[in-house]
Design a protein around this ligand. Structure first.
Ligand SMILES: *Cc1c(COP(=O)(O)O)cnc(C)c1O
Length: 717
């Protein structure tokens, strides 16, 4: 064995582990897993931690034992080629950005379960955006915060009450690296407030070709209170919230400046980062000697804002004293007095009663704004029309780009093999083209069905192991633990429901008629089983009550392992669920689900959506590529709407879904069902993926914003 190879394997594996590119390469994931499957799982699929278990010599021995050398060399070479390649979509479509990247600001990034810097859909969407930008070769640098404790971990006690706990992360265990000065010191940025400066250091994370910068205030020069600023995501009061947002927007822009990165476009993913344009106004005035009027015009021309929710509580509002304390110093630097500042965050600048709203600020400081689905565009234009009182609703300058998911992240390895066989060569670099997906029609029904069944079995196995271990931990009776060890049945129609337990998502809609629910579950010939998961925000008592109600069904012996609740919904659990269910249930109170993305992950893997015609599904459903609950109506009275939707849900289940699923041919294949699976992949795959989404952002927003031309979204709606 020559020494050079020894060095190589060790260095190469460590290098691969420190670029999150590995997370969407199944071949690289399997190298890490093979090194020690049990440890890899125990360590939350974190290869940086896994590799710490091995000395150089041990790693070499293990690699030899498993004959890993050629796999590692291959992976490493592919990675190098990926990083170097100039034959990307971006190379031919982003020339107008010049050499200046897009700066993408987001409060959370969900890239992989081993970097717990996200709470839910918004974070996973940001993560998928970065991965697609990387794959497409779109020059983009992302900015966020590094939370020492991330979002909470969920357990549920024996009474069904959600318990929250926080785990401190150790940056030594993450693929992060400090940004340093030429002298080797930590690079520190500062943001002024009336009460003193807030300092932060900058961590770099590699996400393929994309650089992600995360700020962290855990520094001795900060007050104790400010040191805790970046401990938790969405875990504080208004004071902490505005400081986090100040850090994200102003601090983030300063971090880029400190690294001499001058963006061509500022993309605010949700209003949390809406202070960023104010800092860019300051930079233009102070460094380039521009007037305020020139600076605000140029900064809004280069700013893109994506709004993500029609739920009123989803829009941050701050009172005047918080704004004065935190934005006063920046206002002084750009010549805005208190009223001038407040005016930017108010619909009516003159109204002293109006609090400062981050969404209003973002709209006022960006020439280009978008919602995240067609229907959400309609709702957002109505919701914010008072910002443009001189325009009629159709002219409100808020377009839409529908969310999509990153295909290599969410597509199972088994299903990918099917894609490789029936889609044209190179399909994975052309996922935005409808023709590429039409090849899926060629899949043989039996093959598709058995692939799906194997994924479903994997999910059931996973659910049994975890549900029974969780029951054991909460001290449940042996017969209940035993029941969970053999819960669920691969022959039974399996419906998944996993998302945040926010009341508008109505996890309990199916329980509105409990006796019907019981009848459906326990039907002797055509039974149904459910797997639920999801966290409720710690302060959301209504959400927790819904969770408790669902949870108690699992403890009801009568349901005999046909209703399962799995704790601590995260990216890993999401992957198992979206890859293994037959049906994905989504029943929000229309029109409150701006887009939703989990159902798109299900599509890729052959599952069928059963959803209210809200968010992405309102534009996706064509009558045969899944199932619709109701006809897309809303009602001012929640009770009436909920009753009506519960009946519609029951109807579609009993009259369409269950009969179709159990209608088998002589080979025990549900041919009509399989037809729908194929149709779903073919008609939805090309549209609801993140490559298409990022290409839309580039062409309709980034390029116009960088070129100072008006953004193209108005034609989209
Ligand atoms: C995809 C995903 C979400 C978003 O789901 P919705 O459909 O928007 O509710 C939330 N959490 C996790 C862990 C996800 O993977």
């Amino acid at each position: 064995m020559d020494v050079k190879t020894n060095t190589d394997i060790y260095e190469k594996l460590h290098a691969l582990a420190r670029d999150l590119w590995w997370a969407w390469q199944p071949e690289v994931v399997s190298i890490f897993r093979d090194l020690n499957p049990i440890k890899f799982q125990q360590l939350g699929h974190n290869p940086v931690m896994l590799l710490k278990e091995f000395t150089r010599q041990e790693l070499e021995n293990r690699a030899t034992e498993l004959m890993l050398h050629s796999r590692v060399n291959w992976a490493y070479r592919r990675w190098q080629e990926y990083l170097k390649s100039d034959e990307t979509w971006g190379a031919t479509h982003t020339g107008l950005l010049g050499n200046q990247p897009v700066a993408y600001f987001s409060a959370e990034f969900g890239i992989h379960e081993s970097l717990p810097n996200y709470s839910g859909g918004l974070g996973v969407l940001s993560g998928d955006h970065l991965k697609s930008a990387s794959d497409l070769g779109v020059p983009l640098v992302a900015v966020g915060l590094l939370y020492q404790e991330g979002y909470f971990h969920q357990t549920v006690d024996a009474q069904g009450r959600q318990q929250e706990s926080y785990q401190r992360i150790d940056t030594d265990h993450l693929p992060v690296e400090l940004v340093r000065t030429a002298e080797g010191d930590e690079k520190i940025i500062a943001v002024q407030t009336r009460g003193g400066d807030i300092f932060a250091r900058i961590w770099k994370v590699k996400v393929g070709r994309v650089l992600l910068l995360l700020l962290d205030t855990h520094l001795p020069q900060n007050t104790d209170e400010n040191q805790r600023l970046t401990d938790r995501l969405y875990g504080g009061d208004q004071l902490k919230r505005i400081r986090q947002e100040l850090l994200l927007g102003v601090g983030g822009a300063r971090a880029l400046q400190a690294m001499e990165i001058r963006p061509s476009v500022v993309h605010m993913n949700e209003g949390h980062s809406a202070f960023a344009p104010l800092e860019y106004i300051r930079q233009l005035m102070h460094e380039d000697g521009r007037t305020y009027d020139d600076a605000i015009r140029d900064v809004s021309a280069m700013s893109v804002f994506t709004t993500h929710t029609p739920v009123p509580a989803g829009h941050d509002r701050f009172d005047a004293s918080l704004i004065e304390e935190h934005l006063g110093p920046l206002g002084d630097m750009i010549g805005l007095d208190h009223n001038g500042l407040m005016g930017l965050g108010r619909v009516d600048p003159q109204n002293p009663e109006e609090p400062f709203c981050m969404t209003v600020l973002a709209f006022k400081l960006s020439q280009c704004a978008n919602a995240v689905s067609n229907l959400h565009g309609v709702v957002s234009r109505r919701m914010w029309s008072h910002l443009w009182p001189w325009k009629n609703e159709k002219e409100i300058p808020v377009g839409h780009i529908t969310n999509g998911v990153h295909v290599p992240t969410w597509l199972s390895a088994q299903m990918r093999m099917l894609y490789d066989r029936v889609l044209p060569e190179g399909w994975s670099t052309r996922t935005g083209e409808p023709e590429v997906w039409s090849g899926f029609e060629k899949v043989l029904p039996g093959e598709l069905w058995e692939t799906h069944q194997s994924l479903k079995n994997r999910l059931i196995q996973y659910a049994r192991v975890n549900a029974s271990a969780q029951a054991k931990r909460r001290g449940e009776k042996p017969d209940q633990i035993e029941r969970l060890q053999s819960a669920l049945d691969a022959r039974v129609l399996t419906i998944g429901f996993a998302r945040r337990f926010a009341p508008y998502k109505r996890a309990d809609l199916i329980l509105r008629d409990l006796s019907e629910f019981r009848r459906i579950i326990l039907d002797a010939e055509r039974p149904v089983q459910f797997i639920f998961a999801g966290k409720s925000h710690p302060a959301d008592e209504n959400g927790k009550a819904i969770l408790q109600r669902i949870f108690k069904l699992m403890q009801t012996p009568e349901f005999n392992g046909r209703v399962i609740f799995l704790e601590d919904y995260d990216i890993n659990l999401a992957r198992h669920l979206v890859q293994g269910v037959d049906v994905w249930l989504n029943n929000p109170r229309r029109p409150l689900e701006a887009s939703g993305t989990s159902g798109q992950k299900v599509v890729l893997n052959g599952g069928l959506n059963c959803s209210i015609l809200d968010g992405w599904w309102a534009e996706a459903f064509d009558g045969e590529n899944g199932f619709a609950i109701g006809e897309g109506r809303s009602h001012a009275n929640h009770d009436i709407q909920d009753d009506r939707d519960a009946i519609a849900l029951h109807d579609v289940l009993v009259n369409e879904i269950i009969p179709l699923y159990y209608d088998r041919d002589d080979d025990d294949l549900p041919q009509a069902w399989i037809g729908r699976m194929k149709r779903a992949v073919r008609t939805l795959g090309w549209r609801f993926n993140a490559d298409r989404m990022v290409m839309d952002y580039v062409q309709s927003t980034y390029i116009p914003a960088a070129g100072g031309t008006s953004c193209d979204l108005n034609s989209v709606h």
